[in-house]
Design a protein around this ligand. Sequence first.
Ligand SMILES: *[C@@H]1O[C@H](CO)[C@@H](O)[C@H](O)[C@H]1NC(C)=O
Ligand SMILES: *[C@@H]1O[C@H](CO)[C@@H](O)[C@H](O)[C@H]1NC(C)=O
Ligand SMILES: *[C@@H]1O[C@H](CO)[C@@H](O)[C@H](O)[C@H]1NC(C)=O
Ligand SMILES: *[C@@H]1O[C@H](CO)[C@@H](O)[C@H](O)[C@H]1NC(C)=O
Ligand SMILES: *[C@@H]1O[C@H](CO)[C@@H](O)[C@H](O)[C@H]1NC(C)=O
Length: 476
Amino acid sequence: MKLLQKIAWIVTALGAVLNLYIYTYPSLDSTQCYWSHEYRDLTTLGAWEKAIVEIPYFGDLYKQYFLPDHAKNVDMQPRDIRIMAVGDPQLNGNWPNTSYMKRLDNFGNDYYLRHVYETMKKRLDPSFVAMMGDLVSSQWTADSEFFNRTRRIVSRSFPRPEEQCSAELNIISKHEDIDWWTYLQNFEDNLKNDVFKQREFYEFKDVYDWYNGTFIDPSTGSNTEPLFLNVTGNHDIGYGDTTYQHMARWKALFGKVNYWIEYDTDTDHPWRIVMLNSLALDGPMLEPELKTYTWQFLEALESTHYKGSTILLTHVPMYKRAGLCKDGPNFEYYTASGCHGCSPSRVGLLKSQNHLSQETSRRVLDIVFGEGAGGIILTGHDHYGCDNYYSFVDEEKGWVAEKNITSDKWIREVTVRSIMGDFDGTMGIMTGHFNQNQKKWEFDYTQCKFIVQHVWWAARIMALLAALLQSLTFLF
Ligand SMILES: *[C@@H]1O[C@H](CO)[C@@H](O)[C@H](O)[C@H]1NC(C)=O
Ligand SMILES: *[C@@H]1O[C@H](CO)[C@@H](O)[C@H](O)[C@H]1NC(C)=O
Ligand SMILES: *[C@@H]1O[C@H](CO)[C@@H](O)[C@H](O)[C@H]1NC(C)=O
Ligand SMILES: *[C@@H]1O[C@H](CO)[C@@H](O)[C@H](O)[C@H]1NC(C)=O
Ligand SMILES: *[C@@H]1O[C@H](CO)[C@@H](O)[C@H](O)[C@H]1NC(C)=O
C-alpha cells in the first residue's frame, strides 16, 4: 500500500510539472512569445512588484495573471497591428483502413493544435489570425471529407464562437456536395463581363469583424475576437490540378481567395492586408481561366497605386536562390508515368513548386510593393520557417533575396514555421507598429515554439494516471 501511495505521488508530481509547463511555456521565452511592443505601465507598480516583474518566467506570469488594472494596456494611437500566423496545420483524415493507433494520433493532434492556439490566443489577444494555407493535408478528397475536416478546424483545433461560423457549419451539416456548377457559371460571367478587372470586386475597408460588428467592443473599437484570414494552400485547392470544385468549396467555407482590406485610409498611417492565391500564378493549369483571374486581380491591385504599407499574405514563397531556406527553387510537372494523382488530363500541368518562378515573383513584388511605403510578406509552405529580405537592386536584377538588407528599398519575407507537432507547435507573431517620429509602419516578426507533440501527450496521460492512482489509494 505504501508503494502504491509513493507511486501515486511521484506520478502526480510529474503530471503537475508537465502540465504547468504546457500551460505556461510561452513565459519561458517571453520576448519571443509576445508582440514587439508592450503597452503595460509598469512604472506605477510598487517596489516589490517591480522586482518580481524582472524575474524571468515568474515575472512574465505575474504580468499575465496578477497585474493590477491600472498597469494594464495603456492605449496607443494608432493601435499596433497584431497578427497571429498559423503555418500549415495540415489536418489529416481517417480512411476505413486507417489503424486505431493512427486514428488516436489524428484525434490527439486536433487537440494539440487547439492547445497551442488557445494558449497563444489567450496570451496575445490578436486582432487577426492568419491561416497560412494547407489547413488540410490533401487536395484529393471528396467534399464530404473536406466538410468533416473543416468542422474539426473551426470547432476543435481553432475554435471560435459559433456565430462566427454558423453559415459554414450549416453547409457542413447539410452535407450536400458543393454546387460547383453554379460557381463555374458565375465565374465565367464575371470573366466575360470584366468583373474580375474591377477593384470593387476585391476591395474592403477597415474590416475587423465580418459579422456586422458583433465582435467589436463599442467602447474601444477593437475586436473582441480575432478576424480570421484564410490563405489558400496547395493541399486545400491544388496546384495546376485545381478544379472549380476545389474553388467552390473553399469559397463556401473559407471565403474569397483574392482580396485586400485597406485600413486607416484618410490618416497619416494607411495600411492594408493583401490576400493572394499564389497557386494560380505560374501554371500550367487544368483550368487556365483561374490563372487569368488571379492575374486580373493583381492588375486591379496595381491600378490602386497604393501609397500606404502592405502586409501580403500568401502561401508559396517568392523566388530565392538555393541555400537561403530549407527549400530551394523547384518545379515539378505531371508526367504520363505512374505518379500519385495522375490522370491523362493532368499530364504537363504544374504538380508542385517550392517558390513562385523568378519572373512571377518580380511581378508580384513590383505590383504589391512597387509604389507604397513598404511592408512585410508572410508565407507558409516549407514547414521549417525562413526569414529573408528582398532588396530592390536595379531595374535589371529586380528584387534579390538575401539574409540581410542590401538596398534602400527592401521587403522582409517571413516563411511561417508550421504549427504541427513535428515543428514544435510554432506560432508566428507579427507586430506592426507605427513609428511616430519617422511616420512609418515598422513590422516585426518572432516565432514562439512549443514542443514536440509527445510531451503534450505525456502531460495529458500523466494527469489521467495521477487521478486514477490517487483514487486507488483512497480505495485501498
Ligand atoms: C488505404 O486505402 C486507400 C484507398 O482507399 C489507399 O490509397 C491507401 O494506400 C491505404 N492505406 C493503407 C495504409 O493501406
Ligand atoms: C463525414 O462525417 C459524416 C458524419 O459524421 C459521415 O457520415 C461521413 O461518412 C464522413 N465522411 C467521410 C469521407 O468520412
Ligand atoms: C449583416 O447584416 C446584414 C443586414 O442586416 C445581413 O443581411 C447580413 O446577413 C448580416 N451578416 C452577418 C454575417 O450577420
Ligand atoms: C475564414 O474561415 C473561417 C472558417 O470557415 C470563416 O469563419 C471566416 O469567415 C473566413 N474568413 C474569411 C475572410 O472569409
Ligand atoms: C550581408 O551578409 C553577408 C554574409 O552573411 C556579409 O558578408 C555582408 O557583409 C552582409 N552585408 C551587409 C551590408 O551587412
